[in-house]
Design a protein around this ligand. Sequence first.
Ligand code: NAI
Ligand code: ENO
Length: 369
Amino acid sequence: MRTAAVVGTGLIGTSIALALTRRGVAVHLDDADTTAARTAEALGAGSLRPPAEPVELAVLAVPPAHIGTVLARCQREGLAHAYTDVASVKSRPYEEVTAAGGDPASYLGGHPLAGSERSGPLAARADLFEGRPWVLTPSPRTHRAALNRGLELVSLCGGVPVIMDVAAHDRAVALTSHAPHLVSSALAARLEDAEAEHIRVSGQGLRDVTRIAAGEPALWADILEANADAVADVLEACAADLGRMVTVLRARRGADEQGRARATAELTELLRRGNRGHARVPQKPRSRPVEFVAVPVAVPDQPGALARLFSAVSEAGVNIEDVRIEHSLDRPRGLVELLVDPASLTGLRRVLDANGWAPQEEGRLVENR
Ligand SMILES: NC(=O)C1=CN([C@@H]2O[C@H](COP(=O)(O)OP(=O)(O)OC[C@H]3O[C@@H](n4cnc5c(N)ncnc54)[C@H](O)[C@@H]3O)[C@@H](O)[C@H]2O)C=CC1
Ligand SMILES: O=C(O)C(=O)Cc1ccc(O)cc1
């Protein structure tokens, strides 16, 4: 693939655009929010310049409810020869493509099973899809050429293609992604009014089970509504188990020795079922420690300041592996931490000095990716 377009330059769109750009693909970027598009461009994910001729593949990385209309518009404008999307649900977008007057022949549904609880281009990573499953849902009307472009996209992003039909996909992710999100939210909601002193004594387990509850509510409401019945089925089964757990825990009170033994046996069996289910969860693929240097830079809280910083860095040929931003409430500037490969440190310091950005003392860190 030599040319591509990414429509929707948030977390997933920018991550795809970064991966493609690094593999030498010329990527055209587009987003309804110009700040998101400009930020993605400044991160080195591609160019905002409209392509002179249709690109080989356009990737629609917008929320599920927008796939149908965005596809129909892009097809009318002749943006690409083939189209795919990344929405977390597949049945409803497919129905909406047809209803919005889109052409199902050049469209291939897609869904990478990789992401995070963060949104927007600043959370993007070129290696986000490495070793991760990426579902493709060709319909009977999808042309072979569109399927081939989709397979090439997955390969360029380092993903593992999995072909499924839309209904099977939606049932699967209800169990593996959508219901877990709601369970995490329900548990995290217990913390909203909890005493700060109680929350202070939390361990890694709480972080593990509540991390995804930090996801963007508007996006998740869109996803869950589009897969409501399948998600409700999984939650019903969880609710039955939770109900049994409550009964068993309460049954101990006032029970005789035999009653307590029965309650313990049932509780233990519920925990064992959890062990067996957990053993079936695929482990993080190719997790590898990566060493970065984190260079803190103070950035004034002015429009375009971040984009200027990213442009200067990317023009100097330095790859930004990740970005962290800390806004200080009482000062008119924020602290931006640029994470780069240690080998890029000299180049980064040179470009920051030349452009008047005052970098502060850097630190090394190792992340598991
Ligand atoms: N967040 C995650 O971890 C994952 C999300 N997905 C799917 O990827 C898609 C994008 O999600 P994120 O990147 O997380 O969201 P995001 O909020 O980071 O990015 C979405 C972008 O789409 C833009 N957008 C919205 N409507 C648009 C329109 N009509 N035309 C052009 N641009 C438009 C927004 O301005 C935003 O920049 C969703 O369909 C989601 O279901 C798939 C896998 C993982
Ligand atoms: O943050 C995580 O661990 C995720 O699993 C992210 C995610 C969110 C939505 C998807 O459709 C796929 C993956």
